[in-house]
Write a protein that binds this ligand. Structure first.
Ligand code: NAP
Length: 254
C-alpha cells in the first residue's frame, strides 16, 4: 500500500493524456473510454450526466477529444444529452491539422433502431471533412437506414446487433485508429465484454446518489476485465484516474 500524495501542480491536465502511446492497440483500434462517476459509481442523475460533472471534469471532457480519430457513443447518450458534432478550440484544431488529421474528429453513433431526428445538429451541423458516422447492423430498418444515408456515413457492423469487433474493424478501415468512447454505460459495457477497451479515463465526482446506472453495464455472462492504474490527478475533490488494460487481459466474448 502506498500513500498517494498531492504532488506538484500540473500545468496542463491534457498533457498526460496527450503523452500516452496509443500506437500499439491489442486489436484493430486503441479504444479509450472517458466517463465520470459519482462515489457510488453512478453514471447519471435524472437521465443526464450534467450534475455529476464538476467544472474541471467538464473542461477536460471537452479537450480530451483532441486525442481522438473518432468519438464513439451509444444512441441513447446522443438522444438524452442532445449531442452535437465535436467542437475544439482553434489551437487544438491547428495541432490536429499539423498531424494530418481532420480539424475535429467525427462523431460515430451506435444504433440498431436508427430512431433519430435526422435534422438534429449532430447530423445537420457536422463539418464536411468529418461527417457523422452511424454504426448499425444489417437487420436495421431499411427505410430508416436510407434516411440515415442522406445525412451520415452508415457503417454496417454485425447482423442483428452491432458487434464491437466489427464496429472497430469498420472504423479502422476508415483510418480511425484512436477511438474515444464517451459511453453510455450500455455500449461501454459491450466494449468491455468484448475485450475492446484499452484505456479508461475515469473522473470520480465527490457526490453520491443519482440513477441506478453504473459507468458500464456489461451483458450477462461477461467475465472480469483487468486494468492497471497509470495515472492519477486531483483538482479540488474530483479525482482523475487513468487505467490501461491489464496484463491479465479481459473477458473477451462477442
Ligand atoms: N457518466 C458518464 O460519463 C456518462 C457518459 C455517457 C452517458 N451517460 C448517461 O448514460 C445514459 C445513457 O446510457 P445508456 O447506457 O442508457 O445508453 P447508451 O449506451 O448511450 O446507448 C444505448 C443504445 O446504443 C445502441 N446500442 C448499444 N449497443 C448496441 C449494439 N450492440 N448493437 C446495436 N445498437 C447498440 C442502442 O441504440 P438504439 O436504441 O438506437 O438501437 C441502445 O439502445 C444517459 O443517462 C447519459 O446521461 C453517462
Amino acid at each position: 500500500m502506498h500513500d498517494l500524495q498531492r504532488g506538484a501542480a500540473v500545468s496542463d491536465p491534457l498533457t498526460p493524456y496527450l503523452d500516452v502511446d496509443r500506437s500499439r492497440p491489442e486489436h484493430e483500434c486503441w479504444v479509450t473510454g472517458h466517463m465520470v462517476a459519482g462515489l457510488d459509481g453512478t453514471a447519471a442523475v435524472g437521465g443526464r450526466v450534467g450534475s455529476l460533472s464538476t467544472a474541471p471534469d467538464q473542461a477536460l471532457f471537452r479537450r480530451m477529444r483532441q486525442i481522438a480519430d473518432v468519438v464513439l457513443v451509444g444512441a441513447e447518450t446522443v438522444r438524452r444529452e442532445g449531442y452535437g458534432p465535436v467542437r475544439l478550440d482553434e489551437q487544438a484544431q491547428e495541432l490536429r491539422r499539423r498531424d494530418g488529421r481532420s480539424s475535429t474528429p467525427p462523431l460515430a453513433v451506435v444504433s440498431r433502431s436508427l430512431d433519430f431526428d435526422w435534422t438534429a445538429k449532430v447530423f445537420a451541423e457536422a463539418p464536411e471533412d468529418a461527417p457523422t458516422l452511424v454504426i448499425t447492423c444489417a437487420s436495421a430498418d431499411p427505410v430508416r437506414r436510407a434516411e440515415a444515408e442522406k445525412v451520415a456515413v452508415v457503417l454496417v457492423a454485425g447482423e442483428d446487433r452491432v458487434t464491437p469487433a466489427a464496429a472497430m474493424q469498420a472504423l479502422a478501415q476508415l483510418g480511425h485508429r484512436v477511438v474515444l468512447c464517451e459511453g453510455g454505460p450500455t455500449w461501454l459495457g459491450e466494449l468491455v465484454a468484448a475485450d475492446r477497451l484499452d484505456e479508461l479515463c475515469l473522473s470520480i465526482s465527490p457526490v453520491m446518489g443519482g440513477d441506478p446506472l453504473p459507468v458500464a453495464v456489461t451483458p450477462p455472462g461477461g467475465g472480469l476485465a483487468a486494468f492497471e492504474l497509470k495515472g492519477a490527478m486531483v483538482e479540488d475533490s474530483t479525482l482523475f484516474l487513468r487505467y490501461e488494460r491489464g496484463s491479465q487481459g479481459g473477458g473477451g466474448h462477442e
